[in-house]
Ligand binder design. Structure first.
Ligand code: AMP
Ligand code: MG
Length: 327
C-alpha cells in the first residue's frame, strides 16, 4: 500500500509518501516548505495559508518525483484535518480533496497530534509508551487505554513551544526559536530562580514567561539557561509522576521540542530512575511533516473505508483524546 500524507496545520506545508509492506512503513519521500514570519513576529494565519497555497504544487510534485511514484500509484490520500489554524488547514484539505475526487483515490482526514504519536512509534519502535507530546500546539502527557489516548497532564495556558517561541521573539530571534534558545542556553550555567508552576499533574508557563522576560537585561544566556532548566524540570516532574501512576515501562517524546538535547537528558534521568526505556523521535521527524499524516492514514485504512467527500472538513480544535482508535 502506498499513501500520500498532506500536512498544513500551522507553519509547515509538507507532503510525504509512505509505503507499507509486511506490516512495516517505509518513508519514500518527505518534502517540506516552512513559512517564516518576520523577525520578532508570530505566525500570521492568513500569510501562512498564502505561503501554503503558493508552495503546494512544488512540494507535491517534488514529493512524488523523489519517491518515484505517480499520483495514479497512490492507494490512499490523507490530510491533517486538525487541530490547527483554520486558513492553513483548509489549504491541505483542498489539495487532498481535489486529488481524491479527480483521481478517485480514497481520502482520510487525520488528527495531526495522533500523527506525531504514530510516526514516533513507527520510527522508535516503542510499543506501549507514556507519550510526551511537546510542540508549538501541544504540551500533553498521554497513555493509551481502551482505544483512546488518555491525558495524564497538560498545559493550563501556553504550550512549551509557545513559551520558547514567545520568549525567543522578545530577545530578537525569529520564530521558531527553540533551537536558538538551546544554543544560547548551552553557553551559560548560571541558574536564576524563576517561577515553577505544576498544578496537580498539569503545568502553567505564562508566569514563567513574564518572569524570564524580566531578567534578560542582566544576561540573555543566563535567562535562556534558567528558562530551559525550569520549564524542563516542571515537565520532568509530571513525567515522573505519570510513569509511576501508569506503570508504563516506556517513555516516548514527540513534537518539535523533542529536538532539544537538554530536555532528553533530563527525561532520560527520570526513565533510568523508573527502569523505563527512553525513546525520542529522530530529529528530522520531530517537527510537523507529511509522514506523520501519511502513516496514520495508512493505519486507519486498515480498519476504515475512505471518508465521503462531504465529511472531509477541518476542525481547528480537534482534541486527540476524542479520537477512537480501532487499528
Ligand atoms: P511543531 O509544532 O511540532 O512543528 O514544533 C515546533 C516547535 O518546536 C517550535 O515551538 C520550536 O521552537 C520548537 N523547537 C524546535 N527545535 C527545538 C529545540 N532544539 N529545542 C527546543 N524547542 C525546539
Ligand atoms: Mg505539531
Amino acid at each position: 500500500m502506498i499513501g500520500l500524507g498532506i500536512e498544513s496545520t500551522a507553519h509547515t506545508f509538507s507532503c510525504a509518501i509512505i509505503e507499507k509492506k509486511n506490516g512495516n512503513g517505509k518513508i519514500l519521500s518527505d518534502v517540506r516548505k516552512i513559512y517564516r514570519p518576520a523577525e520578532g513576529e508570530g505566525i500570521h494565519p492568513r500569510e501562512a495559508s498564502r505561503h501554503h497555497i503558493e508552495n503546494s504544487h512544488t512540494v507535491l510534485s517534488d514529493c512524488l518525483s523523489e519517491a518515484k511514484v505517480k499520483i495514479t500509484d497512490l492507494d490512499i490520500i490523507s490530510y491533517a484535518a486538525g487541530p490547527g489554524l483554520g486558513p492553513c488547514l483548509r489549504v491541505g484539505a483542498v489539495v487532498a480533496r481535489s486529488l481524491s475526487s479527480y483521481y478517485k483515490i480514497p481520502i482520510y482526514p487525520v488528527n495531526h497530534a495522533i500523527g506525531h504519536i504514530e510516526l514516533g512509534k513507527l520510527l522508535t519502535g516503542a510499543t506501549n509508551p507514556l507519550v510526551l507530546l511537546v510542540s508549538g500546539g501541544h504540551t500533553m502527557l498521554l497513555a493509551f487505554l481502551n482505544k483512546q489516548w488518555r491525558v495524564f497532564g497538560e498545559t493550563l495556558d501556553i504550550t512549551l513551544g509557545q513559551l520558547l517561541d514567545q520568549f525567543g521573539r522578545s530577545i530578537g530571534f525569529a520564530s521558531p526559536c527553540g533551537k536558538n534558545i538551546e544554543e544560547l542556553a548551552n553557553t551559560s550555567s548560571k541558574y536564576v530562580t524563576l517561577p515553577y508552576s505544576v498544578k496537580g499533574n498539569d503545568v502553567s508557563f505564562s508566569g514563567l514567561l513574564s518572569a524570564t522576560k524580566s531578567i534578560i537585561k542582566k544576561s540573555k544566556a543566563d535567562a535562556c539557561f534558567s528558562l530551559q532548566e525550569t520549564a524542563f524540570a516542571m515537565i520532568s516532574e509530571t513525567v515522573e509522576r505519570a510513569l509511576s501512576f501508569t506503570g508504563k515501562k516506556e517513555l516516548m517524546v514527540v513534537g518539535g521540542v523533542a529536538a532539544n538535547k537538554r530536555l532528553s537528558e533530563m527525561l532520560k534521568d527520570v526513565c533510568d530512575r523508573h527502569k523505563s526505556k527512553f525513546f525520542v523521535v529522530p530529529l528530522k521527524y520531530a517537527g510537523d511533516c507529511g509522514s506523520q499524516i501519511a502513516w496514520t492514514g495508512i493505519l486507519e485504512s486498515q480498519v476504515k473505508k475512505g471518508a465521503p467527500l462531504k465529511n472531509t472538513f477541518v476542525t481547528q480544535s480537534w482534541r486527540l483524546d476524542s479520537v477512537k482508535i480501532d487499528y
